[in-house]
Design a binder for this molecule. Structure first.
Ligand code: URA
Length: 439
């Protein structure tokens, strides 16, 4: 678009006037090829934060960002291709459980994932805590593994939605991350570029999530589903609770341990139940039957051991040690640990997941900047859950780290994050709402 002027885009968005599809395409092109300077992009992002975008603008922004790099196709796979995305949470290891269940049920899941940043973890870091495992697979190796096993997890390639990389880096330093249309375009441009026909979105809601309340999460879900539909994909969004960490383990190798336990059959807990529900919806979307049938299929994949076997095959295919699925002690173990005990009797009224996530970063399980390295063995194992009654001296959690000093620092944060009161708290359900084409 030769007569494109970024100042005009800023002026329009500032004045609540919609941008044309051509303007949005040119804007994304200019961000990608760096012909638009960062200061103008940042000004436009801030205008979007204040004034939002129309649904049409959001869909166009998503598609233009998708087309800024490579768009993957999976026509060579002889079955349904599905993907799942979580908007990010604390203790969220669902991909490690869901991908093998889906593969065991005949669904292909070529998964591109990211690293953790801030208080939320990332699937790549979790998987890389398995000795030997690499997520830097070349495209041919990735495809061969997906064809043979049904699932593989690769680090996101540099050329997938490069416009998002540039925009996200600017949003990160200009306080403009928290805009629902921008979050939608960021997530969905990458999901659509990854090429799956069936997309399951796990939209986290609560203190540990981007979306702090149900209304914002529902709006994000609506926009993301509209973007998927506009691109001819099937998409379900499930709003799930992040007012407490998901499961009992937070930290990379600790989360791999917990995922393996679920795949060994320990599904009678919040994490196990959520994974079965997510897997059942993924199977239903992919044409494996009605909701009840798919639930049974997902459970059978676990009880028969076939999902665990898929995980072992995937680990082996990614050059990791598959024996970890039999022997959890082969995973990295922390040098230091400390149990945090209840200082009073009562009920656990709050487990502030964002603060628990931040404490896990202090222990070494996460990074505050992209350059930080992580300790795969570090983290937290919760001994009690939201709503549990405890007596003075009961264990609340165990911290794992490389040094006593890290334990000291995290202890203070964790003391504040786990609140004990006399009253039983109201506990929201793990699944708040499901938006799918069957509702
Ligand atoms: N995850 C993303 O990929 N992008 C966002 O904007 C927020 C969460």
């Amino acid at each position: 678009m030769s007569d494109f002027h970024m100042t005009e885009c800023i002026r329009k968005t500032k004045a609540h006037l919609p941008l044309s599809p051509a303007e949005i395409k040119a804007l994304v092109q200019g961000v990608t090829d760096e012909s638009v300077p960062d200061y103008q992009t940042a000004a436009w992002l801030m205008a979007v934060c204040f004034n939002g975008l129309t649904d049409e603008e959001t869909a166009q922004l998503t598609m233009s960002m998708r087309d800024s790099g490579q768009v993957m196709h999976w026509d060579m796979l002889p079955g349904p291709v599905a993907d799942k995305h979580s908007t990010g949470g604390v203790g969220d290891k669902t991909t490690l459980i869901l991908a093998p269940i889906a593969a065991a049920c005949g669904i292909f899941m070529p998964k591109m994932s990211g690293r953790g940043l801030g208080h939320t973890g990332g699937t790549i870091d979790k998987l890389e805590s398995i000795p030997g495992l690499t997520t830097a697979l070349d495209p041919a190796e990735f495809l061969a593994l997906v064809q043979r096993v049904g699932c593989a997890v690769s680090m996101q390639t540099g050329n997938l939605a490069p416009a998002d990389k540039k925009l996200y880096a600017l949003r990160d330093v200009t306080e403009t991350v928290n805009s629902i249309p921008l979050i939608c375009a960021s997530i969905m441009s990458k999901k659509l570029a990854t090429g799956a026909d069936h997309i399951l979105l796990d939209v986290k809601v609560g203190s540990g999530a981007f979306m702090k309340n149900d209304a914002d999460a529902a709006e994000l879900a609506r926009l993301m589903r509209a973007a998927a539909k506009a691109d001819g994909r099937q998409c379900t969004a499930i709003l799930t609770d992040m007012d407490r960490p998901l499961g009992r383990c937070i930290g990379n190798a600790l989360e791999v341990q917990e995922a393996i336990r679920v795949l060994r059959g320990e599904t009678d807990n919040a994490l196990g139940q959520l994974c079965i529900a997510l897997a059942a919806e993924l199977l239903r979307m992919s044409g494996k039957g009605d909701a009840d049938t798919c639930r049974k299929l997902a459970k059978q994949a676990v009880s028969s051991g076939s999902a665990l076997q898929k995980l072992a095959q995937m680990i082996e295919g990614q050059h990791g040690d598959p024996r970890v699925t039999d022997d959890l002690s082969l995973l990295p173990q922390a040098k230091c640990s400390r149990v945090l005990r209840a200082e009073r009797a009562g009920c656990i009224a709050s487990m502030h997941s964002e603060e628990i996530g931040r404490a896990s970063v202090l222990l070494g399980a996460g990074r505050m900047t992209k350059a930080d390295s992580i300790d795969p063995a570090a983290g937290i194992v919760l001994a009690a859950e939201l709503g549990d009654a405890v007596s003075t001296g009961d264990p609340l959690l165990t911290m794992y780290a490389a040094t006593e000093q890290q334990l000291d620092e995290a202890e203070q944060k964790l003391r504040a994050a786990v609140v004990i009161t006399d009253e039983q708290p109201e506990k929201s359900p793990l699944i708040h709402k499901i938006f799918s084409d069957r509702t």
